[in-house]
Write a protein that binds this ligand. Sequence first.
Ligand SMILES: NC(=O)c1ccc[n+]([C@@H]2O[C@H](COP(=O)([O-])OP(=O)(O)OC[C@H]3O[C@@H](n4cnc5c(N)ncnc54)[C@H](OP(=O)(O)O)[C@@H]3O)[C@@H](O)[C@H]2O)c1
Length: 346
Amino acid sequence: MEVAVLGATGMVGQRFIERLVNHPFFELSDLAASSRSAGKKYGEAARWVLDSAMPKEVKNMSVREVDPKKINAEIVFSALPSEIAREVEPKFAEEGFIVASNASAYRMEKDVPVLIPEVNPEHLDLLEVQKENRGWDGCIFTDPNCSIAAAVVSLKPIYDKFGIKSVFITTMQAVSGAGYAGVPSMAITDNVIPFIKNEEKKVETEGLKILGRFDGKKIIPANFRVSASCNRVPVLDGHTESIFVETRKKGSIEEVKKVMKNFRSLPQKLKLPTAPENPIIVREEEDRPQPRLDRYAGKGMAVTVGRIREDSILDFKYTVLGHNTIRGAAGNSVLGAELLVKTKKI
Ligand SMILES: NC(=O)c1ccc[n+]([C@@H]2O[C@H](COP(=O)([O-])OP(=O)(O)OC[C@H]3O[C@@H](n4cnc5c(N)ncnc54)[C@H](OP(=O)(O)O)[C@@H]3O)[C@@H](O)[C@H]2O)c1
């Protein structure tokens, strides 16, 4: 199946390329970016910032404009800034493309699934409702915000087993979360910035939608309280989060560890090519997870949980770490597209 990347020169776009070159289901047919890059060879237009080398397959590809008439593919992976995504993603869906979006523009629309393949695969059925509502041949499904992605993967087995009453989340978010050149080095070096615009609202709302129940027509959000406090820290990749949980049924710390360790879902059963063997890795060391040591767990698709312990106010607390441009963005989208293909929903 031919696929294209919109916003291919950016931080998330590069992660898409890394994961799509030599993919068993997908063939990378087109790359698109802004008018600054369109018309150039990818190798000239992109400032490659990943540890791995730029794949030779893309160096000489011509960068296209972000225009459905100029793109040849069935699925487009969108890594566009939100305001651009708002304008162009519906045009692609109208023209029959399946849009796997990383932008926040359509996440909270009632007929748009926010997909974490291990958490809410059944929400993909909302795409039929969306096509009917909007009269589109194609469709849009989105990734969650990069912080809530890691948090929700870790909360899913707890939610299913014990129910959740309330959650506090304090994030320590990597600079790559703001895109390339997103945070000036003079602002972040030797510093912590206790503010990320619009982030706390996303963390407080998106998880409830993802953990919500699909009733055949709409998603009924999960019913618990979330309070978030978001910080930018001088780490390159990998968002670390302190999570405090109050559950409906009480469980011991050992039971909490067990449900997290044993968590497997549809992508694992279907053996999707980029599904991690264990979506949640539980570490017992007193000082893990750490971004430098744990961000590539499961090739960046596993979240790492540690320091699970009792809390003196709520029930228990722990630290979770997830790779923001892999599990929190491109990797999660590619896994979602694999799920769509394998379950023949497209
Ligand atoms: N970074 C993360 O951890 C993360 C995680 C989850 C979701 N997201 C979301 O993913 C999206 C991309 O983020 P990013 O971090 O990759 O940003 P980025 O590094 O700034 O890259 C932005 C991309 O969009 C293209 N672009 C910019 N303006 C455009 C325009 N007017 N028309 C067409 N293309 C345009 C850029 O092309 P040029 O190179 O030609 O300018 C570049 O390819 C954003 O919506 C972001 O919120 C990011």
